[in-house]
Design a protein. Structure first.
Length: 253
């Protein structure tokens, strides 16, 4: 299943212009090739239109149920991670202001170093489905140093650090790929390919209209599958979640 998960990750990393172009061209070529094969190899007498319609109906129900699961999973994942990265950025901003007032060349640098490594190292690593130990080390250094500061520097420092640890842990756990999604991507790939095959069996009043119908049905399946892939890879590609709240710390540093 890792192969399908890796394929979905690779697709999500491609620019949307490239992905959209390949989706349209692939659907058009598949629709045209399928129509030609069905028309000239199978022939109109070799098709049972009623049976094809029943199979398409069953396939549509299976495909829609699977896609609802994947799309809802992606929507929840996007919302959770956007909320967590925003909360983490706000807590880091509070710590950054406090640290710069107390020790700009020491504590302030530690916060800025961690923020920089999140943006430049950790988020790209999470997009690839892995942790970044270097960023974790920078976070641990910052956490230990700030926890040892005198209470008079900030009375709520301990509470802020505890919240930051909790939010960061949740972000990391939610960012790593779920092993179950490998099976989901296998189902999406199989259902999309099967839909494109059955789309070629749809009859039309002419060869051109039949090819257009086949292409449109294939494009619909591919587009929905592509959207599901993008939504389930929140740190990859052109639709990746912005870490603006953390990047602002680097701008102010």
């Amino acid at each position: 299943m890792e192969m399908f998960a890796s394929l979905a990750r690779w697709i999500a990393e491609q620019p949307m212009a490239v992905g959209g172009t390949w989706a349209v061209m692939g659907s058009a070529l598949a629709g045209l090739a399928g129509t030609m094969f069905v028309t000239f190899v199978i022939g109109p007498d070799g098709r049972d239109i009623t049976l094809t319609g029943l199979k398409l109906e069953v396939l549509g129900q299976i495909f829609s149920g699977l896609l609802v699961f994947v799309l809802v999973h992606g929507a929840i994942l996007q919302y959770d991670l956007r909320t967590l990265i925003d909360l983490e950025g706000r807590l880091l901003t509070d710590l950054h202001f406090t640290a710069r007032r107390a020790d700009p060349e020491g504590l302030g640098i530690l916060v800025e170093r961690y923020a920089s490594m999140v943006v430049e190292r950790e988020l790209p690593a999470l997009a690839g489905g892995r942790h970044d130990p270097a960023t974790q080390g920078a976070f641990d250094d910052m956490l230990v140093t700030l926890a040892a500061t005198p209470p008079r520097m900030a009375s709520d420092m301990g509470e802020t650090l505890a919240q930051l640890v909790d939010i960061r842990t949740k972000r990391l756990v939610r960012s790593l790929p779920d092993p179950l999604m490998g099976y989901a991507w296998l189902g999406v790939a199989f259902a999309t390919a099967t839909t494109m095959v059955f789309a070629s069996l749809v009859a039309g009043p002419s060869l051109i209209i039949q090819a257009m119908l086949s292409t449109l049905m294939s494009l619909s399946a591919v587009t929905i599958a592509y959207l599901a892939i993008l939504m389930n890879h929140p740190w990859s590609g052109d639709m990746s979640i912005s870490a603006r709240a953390i990047m602002d710390i680097l701008r102010w540093g």
